[in-house]
Design a protein around this ligand. Structure first.
Ligand code: SF4
Length: 267
């Protein structure tokens, strides 16, 4: 478990990988930073860097968050704030290859109530069969998210909306086209939106076009619908969009049900 890099602080406090490795599933994966980073590390001779195409369990994955939980519990008494963890930044939490390990991951998440786990996937159709038996309307410390890069993948938002959870979020990084006006028909039931990410893990030559207006449209839609909007570190000028930092995040408070039950009904 690691503290979030400076670029991502604000979006989450920590990152944690239960397992590493993935398979490219759609256009947004083309320049996946996990593939780029792990491949270059292997080429540079780094030891113990697994093949990014193979899903591999991380040693100590179910233990290293426990000291952070204790620290968060102590800090909570002082600043009344929970800590957030972005899970599986170098993989996908719902990959079938990780089925044998996921129960242990859920158990660990249950044991860390002072950590708010942000879990995002490009495969929301795999979630339902991989929730723990006691999930109910969602663990109070888990936010489920999905990322969408093209209009043809907006149905991921609809798939996720059918899953009960305390907070649903959407990540539009990278965006590869303007998602409006269709996005407005798919975003209800979501409690947080991150956006603005252009492709980062590639050279300027390889980078696909990214028009800031696409992100402005997402920002304006969120303002209209009252959804907190976070512009990522790779938005316009750094994380500034038209000179403004958008760093809204829902309160990190598991007892407050900000999200929605299945089908987007308010709780
Ligand atoms: S789903 Fe995520 S981790 Fe997996 S290849 Fe695509 S971008 Fe990379």
């Amino acid at each position: 478990m690691k503290e979030a890099s400076k670029k991502h602080r604000g979006q989450h406090d920590y990152t944690h990988n239960f397992w590493l490795g993935c398979h490219k599933v759609s256009e947004g994966c083309k320049h996946c930073y996990m593939f780029v980073t792990q491949t270059s590390r292997r080429k540079a001779g780094w030891k113990r860097v697994p093949d990014p195409n193979v899903v591999t369990l991380v040693k100590g994955a179910f233990k290293t968050p426990l000291p952070v939980q204790r620290k968060a519990q102590r800090a909570r008494r002082e600043d009344r704030r929970y800590k957030s963890v972005f899970a599986c930044s170098y993989s996908d939490f719902f990959l079938p290859e990780a089925d044998a390990w996921r129960d242990d991951a859920w158990a660990l998440i249950r044991r860390t109530p002072n950590l708010i786990w942000q879990i995002s996937t490009k495969r929301p159709e795999l979630i339902r069969d991989r929730l723990p038996a006691d999930w109910g309307n969602g663990y109070p410390n888990v936010w489920l998210g999905t990322s969408v890069e093209l209009k043809k993948h907006l149905s991921r938002l609809d798939t996720l909306r059918k899953i009960p959870c305390v907070l649903r979020w959407a990540d539009f990084a990278p965006t590869l086209e303007d998602l409006m006006p269709e996005l407005s028909e798919h975003i209800d039931g979501f409690g947080w939106v991150c956006g603005g990410g252009k492709e980062i893990a590639c050279s300027n030559k390889e980078r696909r076009p990214h028009d800031l207006q696409w992100t402005r449209n997402i920002r304006d839609l969120c303002a209209k619908k009252g959804i907190p909007f976070y512009s990522t570190a790779f938005c316009g000028d750094g994380s500034l969009l038209d000179g403004v930092a958008h760093n809204e995040i829902p309160p990190l408070n598991p007892s407050r049900r900000l999200g929605t039950s299945a089908e987007g009904k308010s709780q």
